[in-house]
Design a protein around this ligand. Structure first.
Ligand SMILES: Cc1cc2nc3c(=O)[nH]c(=O)nc-3n(C[C@H](O)[C@H](O)[C@H](O)COP(=O)(O)O)c2cc1C
Length: 167
């Protein structure tokens, strides 16, 4: 398996953390990977709030029903941007978010992509200080892993239609 495939398959959702802080250089390196993502017309609609303060992380953990583990993380990253008028916003943001997750894994850290619907965004906006017109794309707890998960591809031959859809 080549290096790129190894890094991609090693990325898993990590929800248990040691509670140790995450070095800022590693967070910056992961954000560099996020911003290397492809985007339509190279408009790069993304920005990121990075929360390391413990009480702030605890508040974020409380605000999301499926991200309670953010309290034990070393940081929480919230990719955000202006969705209005940006036709490819979701696709661009997803590309950056996946790059971010792969880089975090490659740096020996763990993370999980936690989705944000409109209601959750409304709860989280005041906690990260973003104005109402900005779209919060995800909430990503990042930390030093306290669990290990095996690499895997989940490759499914039946999902592949060579040359043409085969029913
Ligand atoms: C859009 C999206 C939303 C998700 N939301 C949550 C979430 O709220 N809480 C959580 O623990 N995991 C969440 N996940 C992580 C998935 O549960 C996880 O990616 C999936 O089970 C596959 O496991 P893996 O990431 O280890 O490959 C989300 C993933 C995506 C892509």
């Amino acid at each position: 398996m080549n290096d790129a495939l190894r890094w991609i398959t090693q990325r898993r959702s990590i929800r248990q953390f040691t509670g140790d802080p995450v070095p800022r250089e590693k967070l910056t390196a992961a954000l560099q990977a996020a911003m290397a993502a492809p985007s339509a017309r190279n408009l790069r609609p993304w920005s990121f709030v990075v929360v390391t303060d413990r009480p702030a992380r605890e508040a974020l953990a409380k605000a999301h029903p499926y991200a309670g583990f953010a309290a034990q993380a070393g940081a929480v990253i919230v990719p955000f941007g202006k969705k209005e008028g940006s036709k490819w916003f979701d696709q661009d943001m997803a590309a950056a978010t996946e790059n971010l997750l792969i880089a975090i894994s490659g740096l020996g850290l763990g993370a999980t992509w936690c989705g944000l619907d409109e209601a959750l965004q409304d709860r989280i906006r005041p906690l990260v200080g973003t104005p109402d017109d900005l779209y919060l794309f995800a909430l990503i707890p990042v930390g030093v892993p306290a669990e290990e998960k095996p690499a895997r591809t989940q490759y499914d031959e039946a999902r592949v239609h060579w040359e043409r859809y085969q029913g």
